[in-house]
Design a protein around this ligand. Structure first.
Ligand SMILES: [Zn+2]
Length: 336
C-alpha cells in the first residue's frame, strides 16, 4: 500500500484551514444561505422541463430530476482510459491504468445496480478498481460507496472532515430512494491537501477547497489518453467558501489554489452541469453528443483548456466579489 500511496507533508496548507470552527462562525449567515439554497432547490423542483431540453437540464431541473428511469444512463467512453458510468444527476467515472483502476464518486441508491452493470459493460473487472475517491460528504457523491466497496474491494478515500459527514449520515433518509435509510462506508483512508496517489501512469494530487463541505476535494494530475495523445485533467473544481466572512476568505483561497494549477486541458466535472449559468462550452452530455459524432482526426470535445482557464478565472472573480460583500456587511455591523 505504502508503495503506491505516498502521504506527503501537508501541514503548511492544512494549518490554514480552520476545519469545522470556520463554518460555525456566522450562524445567521449560514441559516440565511441554507434558506436561500432551499428556496432555489424548491424553485428548481417546480420548474417545467421539456423532453427536448438538454440532458443537463433534465438531469437537474423539475420533477424529472427525481425520476429514476430518466436518470439512468448507458456508460460511455470519454478517453481511452476514462469512462462515465454514473447516472445523469451526479457523475461517476472510472479511470483505468495497467496497475489498477480508480473510481471517482459512487453516486447513490437507487443507481448502484446500474453503475455496477455499467462497469461490466465497459469491460472493467470490478476487482481491478483499487481506489474509490469521494469528492465530498454529500449523499449524491458517497451514497453508493458502501456497496461499491463491497463490489470492488477498493479502498475508499475522502478527507477526514468529510468522513465525519459521511459517517453522520448513516441511517438518514436517502432523498432519491424513497427516503430509505442510507448505508455508509466505514471510515477508510484519509486524504489531505497535497497528498499523492500514484498508480500505473497516474500521479494524482489532492487539494481541499473547504466551503461546499468542510473537506471538499479537487484532484489534479489525471493523464487522459486519446489515440496517441495524452491530456492533463482535473476532477472537480472546488467552489466558493462557506457562508459568512471567514467562508468568503476561504473561498478566495480556494479559487487561488485552483488557479495555481496550471496547464489543465480537460475538466472532469462531478455533475453534468455547472452553476450559475451552465458549464462553459457545454456540460458533460453536450460534449458526449459531440464526441459521439466525432470524425477521425477531429479533436476530442472534452479537451478544452480555454474554457477551463476562463472558469478558473471567473471563480476567483466571484470569490473576490463575495468577499467584498461580506467585508462590507461586517463593516456595516461593526463585526469583524
Ligand atoms: Zn454537494
Amino acid at each position: 500500500m505504502r508503495k503506491i500511496w505516498m502521504l506527503t507533508a501537508t501541514c503548511v496548507m492544512a494549518a490554514g484551514f480552520a476545519g469545522h470552527a470556520a463554518f460555525a462562525q456566522n450562524a445567521e449567515a449560514e441559516a440565511a444561505a441554507a434558506r436561500a439554497s432551499a428556496a432555489a432547490a424548491a424553485a428548481r423542483g417546480n420548474a417545467k422541463v421539456s423532453p427536448n431540453d438538454p440532458l443537463e437540464k433534465i438531469c437537474r431541473i423539475g420533477p424529472r430530476s427525481r425520476e429514476v428511469e430518466i436518470q439512468k444512463l448507458e456508460p460511455f467512453k470519454v478517453f481511452d482510459n476514462l469512462y462515465h458510468v454514473g447516472p445523469c444527476y451526479v457523475s461517476s467515472w472510472i479511470l483505468t491504468t495497467p496497475q489498477g483502476d480508480i473510481m471517482f464518486d459512487t453516486a447513490q441508491e437507487p443507481f448502484v445496480d446500474m453503475i455496477q452493470a455499467n462497469i461490466r459493460k465497459i469491460g472493467v473487472d470490478p476487482h481491478d478498481i483499487k481506489y474509490i475517491i469521494i469528492n465530498h460528504g454529500h449523499i449524491d457523491h458517497f451514497g453508493g460507496a458502501k456497496r461499491m466497496q463491497e463490489f470492488t474491494g477498493a479502498r475508499v478515500l475522502a478527507t477526514p472532515e468529510d468522513w465525519k459527514m459521511i459517517e453522520a449520515f448513516a441511517g438518514k433518509p436517502n432523498n432519491r430512494d424513497g427516503n430509505k435509510p442510507t448505508e455508509v462506508p466505514k471510515h477508510d483512508m484519509d486524504v489531505r491537501e497535497g497528498d499523492h496517489l500514484d498508480i500505473g501512469d497516474q500521479h494524482l494530487i489532492f487539494h481541499t477547497a473547504p466551503g461546499h463541505t468542510p473537506g471538499n476535494l479537487f484532484v489534479e494530475g489525471l493523464a487522459l489518453h486519446d489515440g496517441g495523445q495524452t491530456w492533463r485533467g482535473i476532477w472537480g473544481g472546488g467552489g466558493l467558501g462557506a457562508p459568512g466572512l471567514a467562508g468568503a476568505e476561504q473561498g478566495v483561497k480556494n479559487a487561488e489554489k485552483l488557479n495555481a494549477v496550471k496547464g489543465i486541458q480537460v475538466y472532469i466535472q462531478t455533475h453534468a452541469w455547472e452553476d450559475p449559468n451552465g458549464a462553459l462550452g457545454g456540460g458533460i452530455h453536450e460534449r458526449e453528443k459531440k464526441l459521439a459524432n466525432r470524425k477521425p482526426g477531429d479533436p476530442n470535445p472534452f479537451v478544452d483548456p480555454a474554457n477551463w482557464e476562463l472558469r478558473a478565472k471567473r471563480q476567483l472573480e466571484r470569490a473576490k466579489q463575495v468577499l467584498a460583500q461580506e467585508q462590507a456587511k461586517a463593516g456595516a455591523t461593526g463585526a469583524n
